[in-house]
Design a binder for this molecule. Structure first.
Ligand code: UT7
Length: 351
């Protein structure tokens, strides 16, 4: 029997005051009912101008360390997951570690976007089992605000601010992506479990670059992309997303990886106490749940309050579940996610 890594502390942080669907109606052509019915999202938070993903991560990490009863210096490895780094070069992990006051600690930036957690857990478990690390700080943090397709930020927070027609039209062109993403960070402290047969049990991971264009933002230095038109330049910073394509792949692939993982590990899916799913869309998770024949209470959701925080969703949700006692030591947890790449997978962990 082995002892996998487990979560010994968790924390999360979301910036500023919530932005409702009705507030989004002021900056683009969309409506609250559409967003709720198609996604389950009622509000989200956005990073301020001076808040990067690393800043949100620092707040989440402090809370996770406090929860674990550890000082930052006790962390000996950092895994930083984001699709919205502070800079294109370098990754945000080193900047984050320095801000947390642990410069020098080896830090990995991982780029599995919304599917970061099942990949990160396998990586973290490997680092601990080889003795390369004892205490790992894993963070998923996103500041999507930087690519939101409007410039009129004050209008979101104040209905009296006048709207510019061109800005409104541009945001409407990108509304499919603009209404689903929100900002936030979640952090876990990972250590080897103190009980045989518990902790991380395994991940089933898949990467399929054939559908990389489903959610994509081209590097600004790619030859042939540079243009003099300011409007096209602005649009180059908004990812393009084939929402229905991602939706269908998630509904088709996630039940397969969960079943495959359970089969490999000899676990009956019915024995899983809680499925902590990536929060991209409530309808995706309902379809996965339906395909697996799971009761609603086994797949909790918090997308209504935060939207899709990409790499942040699973760590944030897990922190809420731990703090409210909805998951507890001894529970068998399945985490599942699909995102840009396409990367997707599932992990099992006995808390
Ligand atoms: O985190 C991992 C990566 N992301 C995902 O996994 C996202 C997965 N995909 C989705 O969640 C959904 O595809 C979306 C929420 C993004 C879109 O929902 P949908 O049900 O797939 O809508 P659609 O793109 O097929 O559009 C349906 C209709 C269209 O109108 P017509 O052509 O039927 O008249 C759109 O123009 O809804 C319209 N629409 C909107 N209406 C109001 C699209 N976006 C909006 C909007 N507000 N924001």
């Amino acid at each position: 029997m082995t002892r996998g890594i487990t979560i010994v502390g968790s924390g999360h942080f979301v910036p500023g005051s919530p932005v409702s669907n009705h507030a989004l109606e002021r900056v683009m052509k969309t409506d609250h009912d559409w967003i709720v019915q198609r996604t389950g999202i009622a509000q989200r938070h956005f990073a301020a101008e001076d808040q990067a993903a690393s800043d949100l991560a620092v707040e989440a990490a402090k809370r996770a360390l406090e929860d674990a009863g550890l000082a930052p210096e006790e962390v000996d490895y950092v895994i930083f997951a984001t699709m919205t780094p502070d800079h294109l070069i370098p990754g945000a992990g080193g900047v984050f570690s320095a801000k947390l006051g642990i410069a020098g600690v080896p830090t990995l930036d991982i780029r599995q976007q919304c599917a970061a957690i099942p990949f990160a857990l396998e990586l973290a478990n490997g680092l601990v089992s080889t003795g390369a690390a004892e205490t790992i700080l894993l963070v998923g943090a996103e500041a999507h605000a930087g690519f939101m397709p409007w410039s009129n930020w004050p209008a979101l927070y104040d209905p009296k601010v006048p709207i510019d027609e061109e800005d409104f039209a541009r945001a409407t062109r990108h509304r499919g992506i603009a209404v689903v993403f929100g900002d936030g960070a979640g952090a876990w402290i990972l250590r080897a479990s103190d009980r045989e047969g518990s902790g991380f049990l395994g991940s089933k991971l898949r990467t399929d670059g054939r559908d990389a264009e489903f959610l994509r933002l081209d590097a600004p230095w790619r030859r042939g992309l540079r243009t003099e038109s300011p409007e096209v330049l602005l649009d180059q910073f908004v990812p393009s997303m084939n929402g229905p394509g991602l939706f269908k792949r998630a509904v088709r692939e996630l039940p397969k990886v969960i079943r495959g993982l359970c089969r490999d590990l000899g676990v009956d899916p019915e024995a899983v106490d809680c499925f902590v799913a990536h929060q991209a869309n409530d309808r995706i998770n309902e379809a996965v749940r339906g395909a697996m024949g799971l009761p609603a209470e086994k797949m909790p959701s918090n997308i209504a309050r935060y939207g899709n925080t990409s790499a942040g969703t699973i760590p944030i949700l897990m922190d809420e579940l731990r703090r409210t006692g909805q998951v507890k030591p001894g529970d068998l947890i399945c985490m599942l996610a699909l995102g840009a790449g396409l990367h997707y997978g599932a992990s099992l962990m006995r808390l």
